[in-house]
Design a protein around this ligand. Structure first.
Ligand code: GCB
Length: 611
């Protein structure tokens, strides 16, 4: 298990944050083995001294930034560097920790500070950090040089997995030609995707906080655990503050229960007139080491709610009714880099639709997005990057071990978000293969041990009778593309095939079911009546036909519907895709297709039905 916390960096009276977003120097290592940067130690001096550099924005994917197809499709190590002037007060008193934090970089990262390697990280979607105080020069006029090398190569042991295929036939391919293969269709965008920053804490500090919430009648319960580093005998005081700034409960010590009289629960959007209610839990640490006294303050937003599953229902605060307003937000925009205007636009579009939920297909989204979900009452199925586990070799021991660590990192990062109501450990794995049983049993049990409070699932597209992991999930999540990948063009098969799908799964497992993907590509502006594939009309009819079946089953055991997809997104090039996946109900530029109006009408109608 991981032995340190990964609290989101927040400013407080004891903590400062300095963002390193903006332009960094950048170079892709184009050498045949992609290893020149390491062979020639590019981290030892300024990157500009060892070769040409270009401007690269951080956070962003590098792929679409230039007009160079070689950089768009680049596989291997790329190098980022920037200098930062560290405030003198951070190094002056010796009582401050300075931490370098990367929100995420895809996929494998190595970090140097002033030419000294400080950390590496395996995994493309979760944060990592390292204390760098001892490497910062005391002379405030000497800037601190940060170098980050990032490699996007996917192997059988990465998550998602992939393989590199070398093409040695010189009558067909140029010298050194190779391709990266994988089993997912979104473009493998790469680079430093989330903010890089420096933050400080005192030497004795709050390292991690875990909250689990509950309620009894109208008393809210916040069970908390705080771990401390850097002090053997720190004193902790904990205060819960409501939105009006009133203190509603207090406690002392590293663990306890805060009791909130007349609690305001955290509710999803459109399930309550006051969705996304958050308290603020202020943790105050005091410690002394003989010479000096340290005080650290960290404030964690807390939403008080419960989540539970029965054989037919998914309940939030013991209330059934969230089950029908689900959609799915997928990265889009220019790339995968954190993009505030796009995030806010997407939340506005979700609210316009009347949607109240999404799955983080197919990797963990930025913490900033989950914070928005907490505040707006958007319910999240938090999915790890376990997409495309199709090759039997990626069910091996090394892959499983890495997958367990990724779940450790994901739960550590996201465990306190009220918006996160379920973990998804994978998307469409080859769950009928024999090793899938042990793999998913282990993975799901591990996730439940990390977090006993949330249901765990994975998203399946396997046959109900042969899926080896389904016995271990709490909720069945099924993807299906009737009249698209199966029986293309035959809309009339949807009612019968979808009914059969639900009856088979429910009959075998008696667990609630979410339709976790369904949809059809629509090239905006293409029209045809009667509908044909790829037109807006065809997409509309596919959605409507699915909805008719959902309406028969949703009062029984179908607890959610997630269209595929919120918006169009870029994919690898291939004969199935016309400049990307067009199953969005919005275009990549966030304009509605005809199907968006179908959803808007439906979601608001359903909201008002139970509202
Ligand atoms: C799926 C995948 C999703 C794809 C989608 C499609 O089953 O889970 O990642 O984008 O199908 O459109 O093919």
């Amino acid at each position: 298990l991981l032995d340190t916390g990964m609290l989101f960096p927040r400013e407080s009276s004891s903590r400062e944050v300095k963002e390193l977003n903006g332009l960094w120097d950048f170079r892709a290592d184009q050498s045949p083995n992609r290893n020149q940067g390491f062979d020639r130690a590019w981290y030892k001096s300024r990157l500009a001294e060892t070769g040409p550099v270009i401007d690269m924005p951080v956070p962003a994917s590098y792929n679409d930034i230039t007009q160079d197809p070689a950089l768009r499709d680049f596989i291997g190590w790329v190098w980022y560097e920037r200098e930062v002037v560290v405030p003198a007060r951070w190094v002056a008193d010796g009582g401050t920790r300075v931490v370098l934090r990367v929100g995420s970089a895809h996929y494998y990262s190595v970090v140097w500070v002033n030419g000294v390697k400080v950390t590496e990280h395996d995994g493309g979607h979760l944060p990592f950090e390292v204390e760098i105080g001892s490497l910062i020069r005391k002379d405030p006029t000497v800037p601190c040089r940060i170098t980050i090398a990032v490699n996007n190569t996917l192997t059988l042991e990465t998550l998602p997995p992939g393989t590199i295929q070398h093409m040695d036939d010189r009558t067909k391919y140029p010298e050194g030609f190779f391709v990266q293969n994988f089993n997912f269709d979104f473009f493998n965008y790469a680079g430093i995707h989330r903010p890089v920053l420096l933050y400080t804490t005192p030497k004795a500090y709050v390292d991690d906080i875990t909250v689990v919430t509950d309620f009894l009648d109208n008393t809210g319960l916040v069970k908390y655990n705080v771990s401390v580093q850097g002090a053997a005998n720190a004193t902790l005081s904990v205060t819960l503050i409501d939105k009006d700034g009133r203190c509603v409960a207090t406690s002392n010590g590293p663990a306890g229960v805060l009791k909130v009289v007349d609690v305001k629960l955290w509710w999803p959007y459109l399930m309550h007139e006051n969705p996304g209610y958050l308290y603020s839990m202020e943790v105050r640490l005091t410690a002394a080491d003989g010479k000096s006294t340290f005080e650290d303050v960290y404030s964690l937003p807390v939403g008080i709610r419960t989540v539970s599953v029965t054989s037919t229902q998914f309940l939030i605060n013991n209330n059934f009714g969230y089950n029908r307003l689900i959609t799915d937000r997928k990265f889009c925009g220019k790339s995968k880099g954190l993009d505030w205007p796009l995030i806010v636009k997407d939340f506005n579009l979700m609210k316009w639709l009347g949607a109240n939920s999404f799955r983080t297909s197919h990797y963990p989204y930025a913490e900033e997005i989950l914070q928005m979900c907490d505040r707006h009452g958007i319910v999240v199925i938090d999915e790890c990057p376990g997409v495309g586990i199709k090759d039997i070799r990626s069910f091996g021991k090394a892959s499983l071990t890495h997958h367990l660590v990724v779940m450790d990192e994901l739960v550590r990062r996201d465990k306190n978000h009220p918006s996160v109501v379920m973990w998804s450990v994978a998307n469409e794995p080859a769950a009928e293969m024999p090793p899938a049983e042990f793999y998913f049993k282990t993975l799901i049990q591990h996730t439940k041990a990390l977090d006993p409070t949330r249901p765990v699932t994975y998203i399946t597209a396997s046959n109900y009778a042969r899926d080896k992991g389904a016995p271990y999930v709490d909720v069945i999540c099924v993807n299906s593309y009737f009249s698209w990948y199966h029986d293309p063009g035959h809309l009339e098969v949807i009612p019968i095939q979808l009914n059969t799908q639900f009856e088979n799964w429910y009959g075998k497992y008696q667990k609630p079911i979410i339709q976790s993907e369904y949809g059809a590509d629509a090239v905006p502006g293409l029209h045809s009546d009667p509908p044909v594939m790829f037109t807006e009309e065809y997409q509309k009819v596919v959605l409507q036909s699915y909805h008719n079946v959902f309406d028969q089953k949703r009062k029984q055991y179908v607890i959610g519907e997630l269209i595929w997809n919120f918006a169009d997104f870029m994919t690898v090039q291939g004969i199935l895709r016309v400049v990307g996946n067009k199953k969005g109900v919005f275009t990549r530029q966030r304009q509605p297709k005809a199907a968006a109006f179908i959803l808007r009408e439906r979601y608001w109608r359903l909201a008002n039905e139970t509202g």
